[in-house]
Design a protein around this ligand. Structure first.
Ligand code: NDP
Length: 321
């Protein structure tokens, strides 16, 4: 990083999932020579999945990490500079913004594109982490089709759990929702839709104690929190976490306007935030769609918004001179 210390970039992109790398591609092609700071999970959430079958342009599907390598290569081919490094601080007070990388290197940015994404919440039990991507997943849209005629479980009691359970019945022969309380927090409509589906059953007051299997999921141990009784479900091959997502936006708290869960708010049909020169795209500002293709779309928008904003700044500076 020393070679870029104290350098000023026109565009610095924070985060390297589909949103960030698409923003990088567009900004690079606009000759803005963007710097991408890849963050703690280079390539983003897709690097934790296996096959991606719903990204247009890959008729045979593609492995998540491979797809993100393709994104990176395409952006760097046009001059984006993608670096492993995590932004640890930003001084928002004046432009260009001062950005600290890994608490070591300071650089400056005339504009910033925030594409820090979101992270699915996990239970945090060791067996879940061991089998992540091998039957334990947090994305029914991505992985549901791999569980044709299988019995899968969905953990959670919110709208996501209802939506994912309902979606999974297209493939799975049986879907069991495991919820830690005796009532759902999901909206009545979504609950009704799930409960009316004959393939969906619910285990109330229940939590997963352990996911079974070494290489792939081969069952779950479910504990009733009221009786402490453990039920082993040996036919379960898929565990879908739907206990919420957390946008990775802590760095921007108190500066960028956010909703109550931390998703960055953008202005109208744009990626503009409430701070001039800062744009947000991808899952950091999208709690609804959260797909690679929608993230990529908003990444493109952010680069175009930043480009126009920089142009206007230059024009204004020229007019003043
Ligand atoms: P929510 O926070 O609404 O729900 C999370 C669920 O997971 C809750 O039922 C919660 O239990 C449970 N949970 C949380 N942590 C744990 C844990 N450690 N162990 C077991 N269970 C846990 O998240 P969602 O992703 O469902 O929804 C997020 C937002 O997105 C909501 O505003 C929702 O309305 C919206 N949304 C809307 C959709 C739509 O309208 N089509 C579709 C999907 C989401 P408990 O209830 O006990 O707290």
């Amino acid at each position: 990083m020393e070679d870029i210390a104290n350098k000023t970039f026109k565009v610095v992109i924070v985060g390297s999932g589909p949103a960030g790398l698409t923003a990088a591609l567009y900004a690079a092609r606009a000759d803005l020579k963007p710097l991408v700071l890849e963050g703690p999970e280079p390539g983003g959430q897709l690097t934790t999945t296996t096959d991606v079958e719903n990204f247009p342009g890959y008729p045979e599907g593609v492995m998540g990490p491979k797809m993100m390598d393709d994104f990176r290569q395409q952006a760097t081919r046009f001059g984006a500079d993608a670096r492993y490094g995590t932004v640890t601080n930003i001084e928002f007070g004046e432009r260009p913004f001062k950005i600290s990388i890994d608490e070591e290197t300071d650089i400056f940015a005339e504009s910033i594109i925030v594409s820090t994404g979101a992270s699915a919440k996990w239970l945090g039990i060791p067996s879940e982490q061991r089998l992540r991507g091998r039957g334990v997943t947090a994305c029914a849209t991505c992985d549901g089709a791999f569980f044709r005629n299988e019995h899968v479980v969905v953990i959670g009691g919110g709208d996501t759990a209802m939506e994912e359970a309902t979606f999974l019945t297209r493939y799975a022969s049986k879907v069991t929702i495991i919820h830690r309380r005796d009532e759902f927090r999901a909206s009545k409509t979504m609950q009704k839709r799930a409960m009316n589906n004959p393939k969906i059953k619910v285990m109330w007051d229940s939590v997963i104690d352990e996911v079974l299997g070494e290489q792939v999921v081969k069952g779950v141990n479910v504990r009733n929190v009221k009786t402490n009784e453990i039920t082993t479900m040996e036919d379960v091959t898929g565990v879908f976490l739907a206990i919420g997502h957390k946008p990775n936006t802590d760095l921007f708290k108190g500066v960028l306007d956010m909703d109550e869960t931390g998703y960055i708010l953008t202005e109208g049909k744009s990626t503009k935030t409430n701070v001039e020169g800062i744009f947000a795209c991808g899952d950091a500002q999208d709690s609804v769609y959260r797909q690679a293709v929608t993230a990529a779309g908003t990444g493109c928008m952010a680069a175009m918004d930043a480009e126009r904003w920089l142009e206007n700044q230059e024009e204004a500076a020229e007019a003043e001179a």
